[in-house]
Design a protein around this ligand. Sequence first.
Ligand code: 13P
Length: 289
Amino acid sequence: MSRLVSAKDMLNKARDGKYAVGQFNINNLEWTKAILLTAEELKSPVILGVSEGAGKYMCGYKTVVGMVNGMMESLNITVPVALHLDHGSFEGAKACINAGFSSVMFDGSHYPIAENIAKTTALVNTCDVLGLSLEAEVGSIGGEEDGVVGMGECADPAECKAVADLGVTMLAAGIGNIHGKYPENWPGLRFDVLEKIKAQTGDMPLVLHGGTGIPDDMIKTAISLGVAKINVNTECQLVFAEATRKYIEAGKDLSGKGFDPRKLLAPGFEAIKDKVKEKMEIFGSVGKA
Ligand code: 13P
């Protein structure tokens, strides 16, 4: 039986092989099953992201760990899977470590840099001892996610180096990316900033948040410049909602046993599988497990 793993090895391999591992956020059983089955089908490593809000929604981190571990076993998942806290607070990171997550993000980007460094340092030590991966963030990411609103500023490369040098596993750095849909007038990713961050942080696998709606060519350039992990959340929500709406608008829930949740949620489930497959192909992680 395979068990949850730290994201360290998969991201170091991705960095060396010039591809990226997708972090797909989960919200419930259907989401988790769709992502795990697709990763297994495509022989791709994968990271399951859980925001603090989603963790609460799913009845707490222990419930999430139990669900994911149970699914890994009963679906015979053999590819590397990390269960990762997304944009965690310091307390949230500690709670996930205790609950059995294999990876956590501490997002201290809204603190003054000295406080971000102090809190990140405390978690580096804990994660090291337990063999868990730790993601840190510098320069907040724009948009809105679970009530956390960032301004989308670009990270300061010197601050990125200071945080990378603490010994974190991977580093999220703002380069003009935002969560959710990109506005029409979005100027695109700041590759000039990404290059400077890469030059300062050396071998550190870099994380690109806000994967939804970034054009494929920008994704590929970002990977070529050191991005080894890409987070996708909203895009799966959009295709799930669209497929479910179509099913209901077509009146399928009113025909026969179409109201059965196993039927009602099936189109959305398939839509998530298709979306995750599309992303894994663009990220280049297919066959890399
Ligand atoms: P999107 O919702 O824009 O895909 O961003 C996901 C993300 O970055 C999670 O941390």
